[in-house]
Structure formats: C-alpha cells, structure tokens
Design a protein around this ligand. Structure first.
Ligand SMILES: Cc1cc2nc3c(=O)[nH]c(=O)nc-3n(C[C@H](O)[C@H](O)[C@H](O)COP(=O)(O)OP(=O)(O)OC[C@H]3O[C@@H](n4cnc5c(N)ncnc54)[C@H](O)[C@@H]3O)c2cc1C
Length: 437
C-alpha cells in the first residue's frame, strides 16, 4: 500500500500496515518491529502537509482506538477531564462532547484530524487569550519503544509528558489522550470584508480587533487591498435565538467550489489573478450568525492545496504582511489563494510554536496546479528575520540547528527522546531533519 498525505506532498511505501484495536496490540506491534530493527510511525488522518507520518517500516493506524473512555467530575468552572482513544477524529470527539454538554475550548478550521495527530503537530485555532490543542491535554497514555504501556501527566514523568503532548510521535505511540473539556458554548460570528490598511492599523493597536474579541482570523487576498475578517465571540448555550445557517457563499469562495473554480482559472491564465482575487474578495459579504462552537470553528475544505504556516512574535505580524505584499508586487508571482492570519496566547509546551510568546500565525497557500517553491521560500526568508517558527505539520525547510535557536527547551526535548527511544524506533526522514538524527 502506498501511503499519501492530504496535500500529496509526501508518500511512502510502508512495509507493514497495522490497525490495532487496543493498547496491548499496539505494544505487540512495537515490540515485534523493534526486535526486527524496523521503524514504526503512527498515522492519524494523514492531514499533514509534510512527510511527518510517513515510513518505509511499520505504519500504525489508530482508527479503531477511538472511544470515549472516561469523563471526570465537573470542576468549579464546569470543565471536566475527558479521556479518549488517541485515534478519535475531532469530528466525532466534538459530537461525543456535545452529547455530554461539553466542548473543546478552541479548535482549528477543520475537524477531520485525529486528536493524536492534531496535538503531535501543534494544531491550533485562533484567539489571543487561548492556546493550541496541546495546551488542553491533561494526561496521556502511550506505548514506548520497549513496548511498555505508560501513563504520563504534568506530575507523572513530566518530561515525557512534554515530549508526548507535542513531539511528532517520537516519544511513542499515543493510545489515549485526556483533555480538559469546557461547558458547551455557542459562538456568535461576525464576518466582514475590510480595507487591508484599516485591518493592519487595528492589529497594531493595543486594544484593537484582536484583543477585544475571543477569536479573530483574517483572510487577505493577494493582489488586492481587501481582507475578510472573521470574528467569533463566546455566548453561553441557549443565550438567545440561534442562527444555524452558515455563510454558504463564503465557504464556497474561501474553501470550496468557487475557490476551485477561481484557482483553476488563475492557474490557466495567470494575468487574470488580480482581477479574479478582487471579485472573490468582494463576493464575501458581511454576515452574522450563531451556532454551537465546533460548527463555527470548522468548515469543510474540499480544494486541495499546499500550505506553509509560521508563528511569529505578535508584533511582527504587520511588518511581515507588508513585506509579503511588497514581494508579491515586485515578483509578479501568481497567487490565487488567500493568506490567513490567526493569533494565540503564549504557552509553556516545550515544542509549541507559541512557546513563551504572544503569537500571530501567517499561513500562505498555493493551489496544487501552480508552483509554490519560489513563493514559500521568499516568505520563509522573511519569517526567519523575525524568529518565525514553522508549523510542524505544514511545509517548511528548517532543520534541527535552525529549530534549536528558536525553541528554548529544544535540547530538553532531545534529551528526553534519547532516554525513551535511544534506538530511534519512532524515527523517520522528517524527524531526522527536524531533530537532527
Ligand atoms: C485542510 C486542512 C486544514 C488544516 N487546518 C489547520 C488549522 O486550522 N490549524 C492547524 O494548526 N493545523 C491545521 N492543519 C494541519 C493539521 O491539523 C495537522 O497537520 C495535523 O497533524 C493533522 O492531523 P492528522 O490526524 O491528520 O495527523 P497525521 O498527519 O496523520 O500525523 C501527524 C503527526 O502525528 C503523529 N501521530 C499521529 N497519530 C499518532 C499517535 N497515535 N501517536 C503518536 N503520534 C501520532 C504522526 O506520526 C505525525 O508525526 C490543517 C490541515 C489540512 C489538510
């Protein structure tokens, strides 16, 4: 079986593919592989843009380990710890939580990933007061390189916990994830096109758009002066009438049918891109709606694309957007895909892209019909000037030495890895590049 990831940027031909149904079966496969000198990688939904889950050894799919195992008692704030099988997809997780009056505090923009895959690459949503999914993890169960089943948390083997909660699977195969779930809530969404200049000005103000709302996201169409702002604010469930009708047109223009059409047209006739982007940006209208949080956070993504995303110190977001804008003007690069901007609070997860700094994310995309290398390299050079950290699951070219300079706890992560997997049972080409061996 040839395995391919979502963006079709990576493929590998694993020697063996296993679909274990419980921890003991995972442990048996790991022991079997280690005894024969074969390497092991776990795969979730294969939704990364890099080859992080690829292997020519044993590929483990945890799709069958996907149940809610335990729901803890409610804390003073109504939150509960929920333990789930590591292969559960976010879509099912959200509906299981909703059935219990619970929700994830923050999410990215799709729900196809597995919880293990999502935390292992530092998947995040947007919200200047909130962290990525790994910050919501309270405990983990995993199978280590010697086939042991181990429980870890901030108080039980805390170093292992750090590497396991965001470490591309190099600590072991995650089999269960305990998350902090919050009482279910609704989001009131306000989406509106705005002149780019006005948006950038507001990003510079201390109490501007980003700090005065719970979740703020921007889409800027290259070759235009228009950005679509997406602002979501929390409301407790049942706070008023619900408007469940999502912005169908906006979903189509930003992510689906209409985007497929416009990017296809622009790939064929590059000279049309500025005009098409202008039409697309102006097709997005102002609208408000309210729905359960996971329905507002996520939407379907049917158009395949390539993506690179970097985390920057928040104050760098405007200068970098200006640099990208100026480069696009100078280079004449054909970019029919919007650029996405999101925000996160500083956190303490060792390998989190928001580790110890207030963060802004800039993501550049390119349709798979057009070359992406020159564009992504130019943007990557700008990110380097501002100590940008690449998303672990999206395209980038950094290596261990570059990453060491960006993460104060990088060597702690490597030391922990040496202790739990000295033989590199859980290594692959990607981990060799980003961790050095
Ligand atoms: C359309 C699209 C939209 C996206 N939106 C966002 C977004 O809004 N925010 C964001 O931050 N990212 C986003 N991403 C990136 C995506 O969230 C990450 O790449 C995520 O890792 C994918 O999860 P997965 O289950 O597909 O993991 P995979 O790609 O299958 O695996 C990712 C990593 O996790 C490891 N892994 C998987 N399962 C286990 C396990 N059980 N134990 C140990 N290691 C394991 C793999 O070995 C690999 O290293 C998006 C990607 C796509 C394609």
């Amino acid at each position: 079986m040839v395995w391919q990831n979502w963006a079709r940027t990576a493929s590998a031909d694993p020697e063996v593919v296993e679909r274990p149904g419980n921890d003991a079966e995972v442990a048996a496969v790991v022991r079997w592989a280690a005894a024969r000198g074969k390497r092991v990688r776990a795969v979730g939904a294969g939704h990364s843009f890099t080859d992080c889950a690829a292997t020519d050894g044993v590929l483990l799919s945890l799709d069958a380990i996907n149940r809610v195992e335990h729901v803890g008692a409610a804390g003073a704030d109504g939150s509960r710890e929920v333990r789930v099988g590591a292969g559960i997809r976010l879509r099912r997780l959200c509906s299981e939580l909703a059935a219990r009056g619970l929700a994830l505090e923050n999410m990215g923009d799709i729900d196809r990933q597995s919880i293990a895959g999502a935390i292992s690459t530092g998947t995040h949503g947007t919200g200047a007061r909130l962290g990525g999914l790994a910050t919501q993890v309270r405990a983990l169960r995993l199978v280590t390189a010697n086939g042991e089943i181990v429980e870890t948390s901030p108080t039980r083997r805390p170093d292992l916990f750090e590497l396991a909660r965001l470490g591309l699977g190099v600590a072991g195969v995650l089999t269960a994830v305990t998350l902090r779930a919050v009482p279910a809530f609704e989001l009131e969404a306000h989406e509106a096109p705005m002149p780019l200049g006005e948006v950038l000005e507001s990003l510079l103000e201390p109490d501007g758009l980003v700090d005065s709302h719970d979740h703020v996201e921007l889409y800027w169409w290259p070759h235009t002066d228009v950005a679509q702002t997406k602002v979501n604010d929390r409301r407790s469930s049942g706070a008023g009438p619900l408007h469940p009708v999502r912005r169908l047109i906006d979903d189509e223009v930003l992510s689906n049918g209409a985007l497929a059409l416009t990017t296809g047209l622009c790939s064929a006739v590059g000279a049309l891109t500025p005009a098409v982007n202008n039409v697309a940006a102006r097709a997005l209208t102002e609208r408000r709606y309210r729905a359960a949080s996971h329905r507002v956070f996520t939407s379907p993504r049917r158009v395949r694309f390539r993506e690179m995303e970097y985390a920057l110190p928040r104050q760098a977001v405007v200068p970098v957007l200006e640099e990208i804008r100026s480069w696009l003007g100078r280079s004449g690069e054909n970019v029919p895909f919007p650029i996405e901007v999101r925000f996160a609070a500083a956190d303490d997860v060792w390998l989190s892209t928001a580790h110890r700094r207030e963060t802004a994310y800039i993501a550049v995309h390119q349709t798979r019909w057009l070359p992406f290398a020159r564009y992504f390299r130019a943007v990557e050079a700008m990110m380097a000037e501002h100590a940008g950290r690449p998303h672990w699951g999206k395209l980038h070219r950094l290596r261990a030495d570059d990453l060491r300079a960006l993460y104060p706890r990088f060597d702690d992560a490597l030391t922990t890895r040496d202790a739990v997997d000295p033989g590199r049972v859980f290594g692959n080409t990607y981990t060799e590049r980003v961790f050095g061996d």
